[in-house]
Ligand binder design. Structure first.
Ligand code: HEC
Length: 296
């Protein structure tokens, strides 16, 4: 029994070895790991052998000493291996839990028939086991119906795809939210075609009535020339579009367009600079120098 445990311990150590070695990043290289690990195991083995030898030696020594003091063989045996108090019949709780019948009752359970000395016990399966068994059947039916008949549940791959789709939606929402944090101070001049075309769409639906199809100017001023009433920088445009110029008939777009949309349409307007559309309205405001236009 004692040796069995030792052997078991070593089997355990050896199986756990590779994983332990792989996680050990202190010594680089698998080989080094195995050498170091082998040394540790060897030392442990040595220690155990030494301990066993020591134990054996003390036993022998005790025997010799006791013998020299005139003890009989029987008494020595008693000294070295004192009788243990009779163990209480344990395992009662366990037996009850498992609804097992104690071994002592086996005689009463033996059934009539016998074949070649093989007998059968009338020992029904414990209730908890049967409940578990029926439980698995019910679970199995439910599982089958849910996943393969009514398709109310999603199988792994479908579930994966749903989660990816959900994550995409969340990501888009997050990105648009962060894009919407833009204001007249943080807006940037960009030439991204996606932004320009988004801005064009917004311009077509909201601005052409007053600024003309090509921003050449109608009620509102020409937005393609060098002359500006409220500044030509992207920040200025954003501000004008956002707050409007109520007294002069330029509506405020703050409530209608999102910050991102205002940034898009402002960038679109900037992209129209110098397009010289037909029927352009006469210049209004002050001339902004080219360098100023280019850098903003
Ligand atoms: C109801 C008519 C009207 C609509 C619609 C309108 N605007 Fe205007 N916009 C004006 C007027 C009028 C002005 C001139 C304001 C002034 O004289 O101060 C103006 C001025 C501007 C300016 C400033 C030009 C400068 O010289 O500084 C920008 C930029 C502008 N609008 C962009 C837009 C955009 C973009 C839209 C669509 C989202 C839009 N406007 C929709 C009438 C309009």
């Amino acid at each position: 029994m004692k040796y069995q445990r030792v052997i078991l311990l070593f089997a355990l150590l050896f199986t756990a070895g590779p994983t332990m070695a792989a996680n050990d990043s202190l010594i680089p290289g698998d080989l080094m790991n195995y050498i170091g690990y082998g040394a540790v195991v060897f030392m442990l083995l040595l220690l155990i052998i030494v301990l066993l030898v020591l134990l054996k030696t003390t036993k022998i020594l005790t025997r010799i000493i006791l013998k020299s003091e005139g003890y009989t063989e029987q008494e020595i045996k008693k000294q070295l291996a004192p009788e243990k108090a009779p163990a209480k019949p344990k395992g009662n709780v366990w037996i009850k839990l498992m609804s097992l019948r104690p071994l002592s009752e086996e005689k009463d359970m033996i059934m009539e028939h016998e074949y070649d000395g093989i007998q059968e016990l009338d020992n029904p399966t414990p209730a908890w086991f049967m409940y578990l068994f029926y439980g698995t059947i019910i679970f199995g039916i439910g599982y089958l119906l849910n996943y393969h008949v009514f398709h109310t549940g999603q199988l792994q791959y479908a579930e994966y795809k749903t989660e990816v789709a959900q994550a995409d939606i969340a990501k888009k929402a997050f990105l648009s939210k962060s894009a919407n944090r833009v204001d007249e101070n943080t807006v940037k001049l960009v030439s991204d075609p996606a932004v320009i075309s988004a801005g064009q769409g917004i311009f077509k639906t909201n601005c052409v009535a007053c600024h003309g199809d090509n921003a050449q100017g109608m009620v509102g001023p020409n937005l393609t020339d060098d002359f500006w009433l409220h500044g030509s920088k992207i920040n200025d445009l954003f501000k004008t579009i956002k707050y409007g110029v109520a007294a002069k008939g330029m509506p405020t777009w703050e409530k209608i367009l999102s910050p991102k949309q205002i940034a898009d349409v402002a960038n679109y307007v900037k992209s129209l600079h110098g397009t010289n559309p037909a029927g352009a309205k006469e210049p209004q405001g002050t001339k902004e120098t080219d360098s100023k236009l280019a850098s903003n």
